[in-house]
Structure formats: C-alpha cells, structure tokens
Design a protein around this ligand. Structure first.
Ligand SMILES: Nc1nc2c(ncn2[C@@H]2O[C@H](COP(=O)(O)OP(=O)(O)O)[C@@H](O)[C@H]2O)c(=O)[nH]1
Ligand SMILES: [Mg+2]
Length: 318
C-alpha cells in the first residue's frame, strides 16, 4: 500500500525539476508551463539543461521563467548530472525530478511521484510507462523490455521500466557520487544501480507516455549497446560469481571432456597417443578453475563492500 498525498512531513523539501533539452523549441514552453501549474503546491525550481541547442530552446525556456544552464560536455547523462549538481549546490534542492522536454510525459504524473518520496514511502521512484503503438515503435518497446528484464534480475529490483525518463529521487544519492561512468543514455541504469547499492527504497508508479513532439535524439541501437555494456559491467560488479562462475565451469567442462578422450585411450592401449590433447585439456581445466576462483574472490570482496556501504542517510525529522 502506498500512501499518496497524505502524511507529508514538515521537513523542508525543495524539488529540483531537471529538464534535459536538445532542440526542443516546439515543446519546451508547454512542458514548463504545465509543470508550474501542477506543482503549484510544492516548493520547486525548474532547471532546463540545454545541450547547446541550435534552435530557440534556450530563449523560450527563459521566457517561461525557467532557469537555464548550458551543459559543458555532450550527452543526455552529462546534462542530467550537471542539472543535479546545480540543483543541489546552487539551489539547495533535496529532491530531484527528471522529465523530458518533448512532452512525452504528463506533468500531472509528477506530484504522485514526489508524494511517494515526501510520504517516506520511497527514496527513488521510477515511472512505468503506459506505452501505445503510437508513442513507441515495436523495436524500441522490445529493446526496452529486454534491457529492463536484465537489469531487474541482476539488481533484484522490482522495476518494470528501467529506461523511463520520468523519475525522482532524494538528492543524497548524487551527493555521495563524485562522478558517473556514463555520460550518455545509460545514466538511468547507473543511477538505479547506485540507488540499489546505497540501500534506497525503490518503487514505480504508472505514468502516461505520449508521442513526442519534434525529432527524437536517441539512436536505439547505440543506446542499446551502451546499456548492454553497462549491464555486463553490473554483472561483473554485482554478480561476479554468476558471471565468472559460469564461464569458469564451461571452460572446465570442455577441458574434462577433452581429457576423457586421453584417459579412455590410455586405459585401452596403455599409451598416451594424443599428448597435444592432454596438454590442452590440462590447460583448460586449470584456466577454468582459476576463473571460477576469481569469481569466488570477487564475490567475497563484493559482500564486504556491501557491508561497509551501509550509509546512515535515511533520516527524517518528523
Ligand atoms: N541537454 C541535453 N539534452 C538531451 C541530449 N540528448 C537528448 N536530450 C534531451 O533528453 C530528452 C530525451 O531525449 P529523447 O530524444 O526524447 O529520447 P527518447 O525519450 O528516448 O526518445 C529530451 O528532452 C531531449 O531533448 C543532450 O545531449 N543534451
Ligand atoms: Mg523523449
């Protein structure tokens, strides 16, 4: 049961709404205005992070009274991180919400995400997009599902749509992070990973997803490849025994099968005919055992780190 819109504690909560925008002049004004209307009962700042647009995105955002910062480097992830730093360091925000500038998300869905955090139900809230065939292509939908499936199972987190661009979290998550390893599309994945690692309560709320206004900036294949690389790294970091264990056992089995030929031959004839195969078999078994052992050690290190990472950040003044 999630509490919504009640039990809001008196703790000061200032919300930084971060909107990454790259050439979104057709929609940015509308997105800002809608947010201002639905968020009128909250203390919030709207920060548009511009990726050096060559249309009128910046002027329109300023006309609609949003704060505008220009990102130094390239990429969606870089834009978000810049926006989060600005909101926490300059504007004193302690809750951060991210939403696209292209009007795909409904501003009306934002308060229910924020209320989840204010009511102390969650520290990190991700949207679960109600997608239609008009709002997302079949290939994009399939890719999203596959990536979310992998991430859900590796992180053991009950989130169905890990790539949703509408999400909110308590800002201490990024205050403890000096840098991100991703600057592009996989930042959502990395943020979620860090949220899990730092013991945040994570939940999802259903959100609407409309066809976007203007051109998409995402290259599905590129974004998918970056996400897969991140997922492999996550497996190495969070499930080393599974990744290295499986690889080690497979190599060991191949070595044992190769060795069996040599042994049976020896039993039958009393002579080792295939010395090459015998050497190869021994090498494969040794390599397999080593990789498996590496997995065991990595698993031990991971468990020790997890114990140390219990940061006492979950405080509320009630
Ligand atoms: N500042 C900045 N914003 C970006 C960049 N790339 C994409 N965006 C914005 O990030 C949001 C998500 O991009 P979008 O093209 O809608 O991707 P999609 O929602 O996955 O189709 C939009 O508001 C874009 O304008 C970038 O490099 N810098
Ligand atoms: Mg979009």
């Amino acid at each position: 049961m999630h509490k919504e819109n009640n039990n809001i504690p008196s703790i000061k909560s200032k919300i930084g709404i971060v909107i990454p925008a790259l050439n979104e002049e057709k929609s940015i004004g509308m997105v800002i205005d809608k947010l201002r209307t639905v968020m009128k009962d909250y203390d919030f700042e709207i920060v548009v992070v511009d990726g050096k647009s060559n249309d009128h995105t910046v002027e329109i955002a300023r006309q609609h009274n949003a704060q505008v910062i220009i990102q130094r480097k390239k990429g969606y992830g870089n834009a978000l991180f810049g926006g989060y730093l600005y909101c926490t360091e300059e504007l004193d925000c302690n809750i951060l919400l991210t939403i696209d500038a292209d009007n795909t998300y409904n501003a009306e869905d934002c308060p229910k995400m924020i209320d989840r955090i204010l009511s102390e139900d969650s520290d990190y809230v991700v949207g679960k997009r109600l997608v239609t065939s008009q709002s997302m292509s079949t290939s994009h939908r399939f890719g999203n599902k596959a990536i979310s499936f992998l991430i859900r199972n590796i992180l053991h987190v009950d989130i169905n749509d890990t790539q949703c661009g509408l999400f909110a979290f308590r800002s201490y998550l990024i205050e403890n992070i000096d840098f991100f390893t991703t600057s592009g599309w996989a930042l959502n994945t990395e943020l979620l990973t860090r949220a899990v690692e730092s013991g945040m309560n994570i939940s999802e709320v259903e959100v609407n997803y409309n066809p976007r206004i203007g051109e998409t900036k995402v290259n599905t294949l590129h974004a998918g490849a970056i996400n897969l690389a991140i997922i492999l790294r996550m497996m190495r970091d969070s499930e080393p025994l599974m990744l290295l264990g499986i690889v080690g056992v497979i190599i060991m089995l191949i070595g044992i099968i190769a060795g069996a030929f040599v042994v049976f031959d020896y039993i039958e004839t009393g002579v080792v005919h295939r010395t090459n195969l015998a050497v190869l078999s021994a090498m494969l078994v040794i390599t397999g055992v080593q990789i498996f052992s590496l997995g065991l050690v990595a698993d031990m290190i991971k468990r020790r780190q997890q114990k140390r990472m219990h940061i006492p950040h979950n405080y509320y003044k009630k």
